[in-house]
Design a protein around this ligand. Structure first.
Ligand SMILES: Cc1ncc(COP(=O)(O)O)c(C=O)c1O
Length: 347
């Protein structure tokens, strides 16, 4: 067996220790006589896995008790629509900050439900920065302010929590959740697909302040309704049981590493090394304004795009896989590197 360095943005690498535990427990989970995959989600054994999962996430992120933690399906993409359905609460507008491909999609889906007030957009700068706060337009009548804390494709990350001027803050943290400590109490809602920074695909974490739920219109399908899901511990229908279990293994591994503060230090070191290598080389270029550069995923292009193919071939020959990036970042085939916080062994 030879495991490669897999830089895929997600699904992405899992800690090897997690995979080893999953292998050991594959046929039988702790004297239960069965694999987690075969367990009823209503049974005692799975209930203990679910309880531990939520407790570990609460502990790692310091989630206050007045927040619900949901484990849903449909990916972060489903949340683009669930959020306006659940949070508009009779209002007709929501504010959005557009800083890259993912917030663009969030805006587009929200427009099916409400008027989107564009608080700020860096589209004209090809999503290489975050517009100056002084230029932001925040509508006090809006239900919430949405932003994408880390733009996975464009490599742009908010380094501080934006000032929402009193609106409830909603954040897509799919690609930087658990990578740095955050004060959850400053948010109305945080969501993240699991497959980048947490576990396998198939689980979406939603952390929502409890006063914000219970106001969805009657027409909202029950599985899309946060209040219904909260009432049923995210088991209104059959959850992605094995994915919950794997996510739980990653969280307990993160705790063993020293929690988020320790992981953040690794992330800072890794990112600094890579940016330093990029900036000091004539071969590579990162287009993002330094103040907004992501610690988690670092897109870079080769100064001479004719070398792209040779670079990718040589990278693969050396066990560095999935480096090919997204066209929208610039260049003809920009290389994109996802530095995920779980890869702490890659110093
Ligand atoms: C920041 C961000 N938001 C949303 C998504 C969409 O997530 P999903 O595929 O889980 O719907 C992704 C990546 O896939 C992402 O990186």
């Amino acid at each position: 067996m030879s495991r490669v360095y897999n830089f895929s943005a997600g699904p992405s690498m899992l800690p090897e220790a997690v995979l080893v535990t999953a292998r050991e427990e594959m046929l039988e989970w702790r004297d239960s006589g069965m694999s987690v995959m075969e367990m009823s989600h209503r049974g005692k054994a799975f209930a203990s896995i679910a309880e531990q999962l939520e407790a570990d996430l609460r502990e790692l992120m310091g989630i206050p008790s007045n927040y619900k933690v949901l484990f849903l399906q449909g990916g972060a993409t489903a949340q683009f629509s669930f959020i306006p359905q659940n949070l508009l609460n009779g209002k007709t507008k929501a504010c959005y900050i557009k800083t890259g491909a993912w917030s663009e999609k969030a805006v587009s889906d929200a427009q099916n439900f409400c008027e989107v007030v564009l608080t700020a957009s860096s589209e004209a700068e090809h999503y290489t920065s975050i517009p100056d706060v002084a230029s932001w337009v925040i509508d006090a009548d809006a239900a919430y302010l949405h932003f994408t804390s880390n733009e996975t494709i464009h490599g742009v990350e908010f380094q501080t929590i934006p000032d929402s001027q009193g609106l409830d803050l909603v954040s897509d943290m799919s690609s930087n959740i658990l990578s740095r400590p955050i004060d959850v109490s400053q948010f109305g809602l945080i969501y993240a697909g699991s497959q980048k920074n947490m576990g396998p695909s198939g689980v979406t974490v939603v952390i929502v302040r409890d006063d914000l739920i219970g106001h969805a219109p009657k027409s909202t399908p029950s599985v899309f309704n946060y209040a219904e899901q909260a009432k049923n511990q995210s088991m209104l229908n059959t959850p992605a049981t094995y994915n919950w279990y794997l996510l739980g293994l990653v969280l307990s591994w993160l705790k063993q590493q020293g929690g988020i503060a320790a992981i953040e230090q690794h992330n800072k070191n890794k990112a600094a090394k890579l940016y330093q290598a990029i900036d000091s080389s004539a071969l590579y270029r990162n287009p993002v304004v330094p103040d907004y550069r992501s610690r988690m995923n670092i897109p870079f292009v080769l100064a001479n795009s004719e070398l792209d193919k040779a670079f990718l071939t040589a990278a693969e020959a050396n066990g560095l896989m999935e480096l090919k990036g997204h066209r929208s970042v610039g260049g003809c085939a920009p290389v994109f590197i996802m530095l995920c916080q779980r890869r702490v062994w890659m110093r």
